[in-house]
Ligand binder design. Sequence first.
Ligand code: FMN
Length: 169
Amino acid sequence: MTTSRRAKPPSFSTEEFRNALGMFATGVTIVTARSAEGVLVGLTANSFNSVSLEPPLVLWSLARAAASMAALSTGSHYAINILAANQKQLAERFATKNIDRWADVAFTEGLGGAPVLAGAAASFECFNRSRYDEGDHVIFVGEVERCTHNAGASPLLFHGGRFYTEHPL
Ligand SMILES: Cc1cc2nc3c(=O)[nH]c(=O)nc-3n(C[C@H](O)[C@H](O)[C@H](O)COP(=O)(O)O)c2cc1C
């Protein structure tokens, strides 16, 4: 048998791939930063995951085409805000283009100026440690310098293109 050093081209459509990925239920985050020019940036992201306990590392990925790419890739810090179930509107707002995402949003200034959103279930204030170009996204690895959580919060969940909250089995 010959083994190739390259993957076969996909035999499935992008839609099938997207639908299969949608079966992986996730939490929902808003990744935030303050740019070097002082502008607030933030976007909804569910590509968050844990990487390492010691040192404390997390990852998430950002589309190459994202408007916030320049600010997030060059800044020293960003905050990853894990949303609570009652923050669905915020998740939708921070995924919408050509609006003022920050209007009336309550936050405190975190490390490196990154906004830490009020009412989030948890927050991870990250040093922008490394980035890896892969396909149409860039994988960001953040080194967590500070984290907080609200043990009583119900998480916002995302699955198959819809928002949920938890239903313990
Ligand atoms: C639930 C959900 C999860 C998302 N996850 C990601 C993600 O992990 N990475 C990403 O680049 N975009 C993700 N998006 C899309 C961005 O939020 C959206 O494209 C946003 O407009 C990008 O903002 P920007 O172009 O201002 O950077 C997600 C959207 C939703 C609704």
